[in-house]
Design a protein around this ligand. Structure first.
Ligand code: ADP
Length: 328
């Protein structure tokens, strides 16, 4: 059976981008067709300056939202990365297989390290080695498929390279995985800055719809979205990034392609209203279920404990085999 691994970083509150670009597909498709593991990758949240209490709170919230969105612990493992030691154990072995040059070539490292230096901070070594830990996350479970947005495809390529290199050097140990980008809404853009991704770690929240925003807040953010010159509502990513982003969000909510909606609205205002209502309806059940789960903290604890146990049992034989293969 196909095996899938994917994760979410607890570096901020989960966004509509995380939902449309990842979570919804995990819930609606992936957990039904494959043996799946979905993880809150909290070790990855330590690569930049962080507040420990906030990371713990956000991890818990992300896990609760994953369940609220419909991940079914009977069908898949939902767990927190740091609860399973195998990730860190394997990461070190893979650091002994990776080269510093290939790590420095990673686009995300280049971008984020520049940002950290501009802020006057130092760059943590873990920011450089983070894709190795991500490779360990995937390879420990023998995952065949990694459903991630296009921003992560370079890291999955590195994971493939490391798996192949390890297998050649030390004998066949790892499955070589592949990235599987989602079919719709692969990239939801910021409502105020539609040329950059709607990311949970961005500082300003005005262009970001969070899954736990109240309906009134969601409406306000979408009605205030930046649009483009002209008045025609057509799908054109290059020429009309703001309008196209709204069309893409609305189409994703309705499970169709954005081109199908070109010409369906007479004004930007109409498009915004329709998009706002569609997003409010889309998120309503998730928010409600989240509220219910917050009232049952013991239930979430039990799910995460069972998820970690299941994950550990799956990862341990592979990681132990890698230790032996390398001479330990
Ligand atoms: P973030 O960029 O919000 O920190 P993560 O690295 O935690 O996201 O990614 C979790 C998943 O959500 C990944 O599969 C990522 O590709 C997806 N994702 C994040 N932001 C967006 C977005 N704006 N549009 C589409 N998918 C997204």
């Amino acid at each position: 059976m196909t095996r899938i691994f994917s994760g979410i970083k607890p570096t901020g509150h989960l966004t509509l981008g995380n939902y449309l670009g990842a979570l919804r597909q995990w819930v609606e498709v992936d957990q039904h067709r494959a043996e799946s593991l979905f993880c809150v990758v909290d070790l990855h949240a330590l690569t930049v300056e962080h507040d420990p209490a906030r990371v713990r709170r956000l991890s818990r919230q992300a896990a609760t939202l994953m369940l609220a969105a419909g991940l079914d612990p009977e069908r898949c493992a939902v767990f927190v990365q740091s609860h399973v030691d195998e990730h860190a154990r394997l990461s070190y072995l893979l650091e002994c297989v990776a080269n510093d040059g290939e790590m420095r070539r990673m686009i995300q490292y280049k971008e984020k390290s520049v940002r950290e230096r501009e802020r006057g901070g130092s760059v943590r070594l873990s920011l450089l080695t983070y894709p190795v830990l991500m490779a360990a996350d995937i390879l420990a479970y023998g995952a065949d498929e990694v459903p991630v947005g296009e921003d992560q495809t370079q890291h999955v390529e590195l994971t493939r390279d490391l798996a192949v290199r390890f297998n050649q050097r030390y004998g066949h140990t790892f499955v070589v995985p592949r990235a599987t980008p989602p079919k719709v809404a692969a990239r939801v853009m910021d409502l105020q800055e539609p040329t950059s991704k709607m990311g949970k770690s961005h500082e300003s929240g005005a262009g970001i719809v969070y899954l736990l925003d109240e309906p009134e807040v969601v409406r306000k953010k979408i009605l205030r979205a930046v649009t483009d010159s002209g008045r025609e509502v057509v799908y054109d990513r290059e020429g009309k990034p703001g309008v196209s982003n709204l069309l893409e969000i609305l189409a994703a909510c309705e499970g169709r392609g954005p081109e199908e909606l070109s010409g369906a609205f007479d004004s930007y205002g109409e498009l915004k209203k329709a998009t706002a209502e569609a997003v409010v309806e889309l998120l309503r059940p998730v928010r409600e279920r989240h509220r219910e789960l917050c009232a049952e903290p013991g239930r979430v604890d039990a799910v995460l404990r069972a998820g970690a146990e299941k994950a550990r049992a799956m990862a341990r034989p592979t990681v132990d085999a890698a230790y032996r293969a390398m001479g330990l």
